[in-house]
Design a protein around this ligand. Structure first.
Ligand SMILES: CC(C)(COP(=O)(O)OP(=O)(O)OC[C@H]1O[C@@H](n2cnc3c(N)ncnc32)[C@H](O)[C@@H]1OP(=O)(O)O)[C@@H](O)C(=O)NCCC(=O)NCCS
Length: 163
């Protein structure tokens, strides 16, 4: 799998991924999103310097997305989804790992935070496999969920730009 920054042409792929039934039912907001709302959201994300939206693709086919929202204090929140036909084949843990590597190499972010619904066992396993830990239970968007963290490894890599 390769990771690259999302571009305007990815808008429809992100729309289809967001509304795929098996992805939607595991999201904090399970509503179907209409195209107009999605277009506005996607354009805002692309233009927001605090948002880093990445595409994971294999032989020019989009497998999924991983997105980071930079927060105060050198931390970022991660969101990810892959197309249901790729579930359960290791693509999730791969996109999470590669996305975090990209983030640590290109920003000053020190820790990545994941919020995972307690019913989302597959996601919890994928984040664990990608190296996330320090699990706690917190309220997030009004729902009790797992909070897991991945910290930048002290490997001497100098970040080359701010988030
Ligand atoms: C979460 C998501 C990215 C995980 O991707 P994935 O490719 O399916 O996950 P992976 O195959 O990399 O890893 C899942 C692990 O959980 C295990 N697993 C899968 N289903 C499971 C289940 N129902 N119960 C327990 N473990 C399960 C797998 O065996 C695998 O572990 P292994 O590598 O030891 O075999 C993907 O399922 C997805 O896009 N879901 C919808 C959106 C979503 O939930 N996003 C995350 C929000 S926090």
């Amino acid at each position: 799998m390769k990771i690259r920054r999302a571009v305007t042409d990815d808008m429809i792929d992100f729309f289809e991924l967001r509304n795929a039934e098996e992805v939607r039912k595991l999201a904090f907001n399970t509503d179907i999103i209409d195209l107009k709302t999605h277009k506005t959201w996607f354009t805002n994300q692309l233009n927001d310097p605090k948002s880093i939206m990445l595409v994971g693709e294999d032989r020019n086919t989009m497998v999924g997305q991983v997105r980071f929202t930079c927060l105060e204090g050198n931390s970022a929140e991660i969101h990810t989804a892959i197309f249901p036909e790729f579930f359960g084949q290791g693509s999730g843990q791969k996109i999470i790992r590669m996305g975090c590597q990209y983030l640590f190499a290109n920003t000053t972010v020190e820790e990545v935070i994941a919020h995972i619904l307690m019913t989302n066992t597959r996601s919890k396993h994928a984040f664990l496999k990608a190296g996330f830990g320090n699990e706690t239970i917190v309220a997030f968007k009004g729902t009790e969920c797992y909070r897991m963290v991945l910290r930048r490894k002290d490997d001497g890599d100098e970040p080359d730009k701010n988030c």
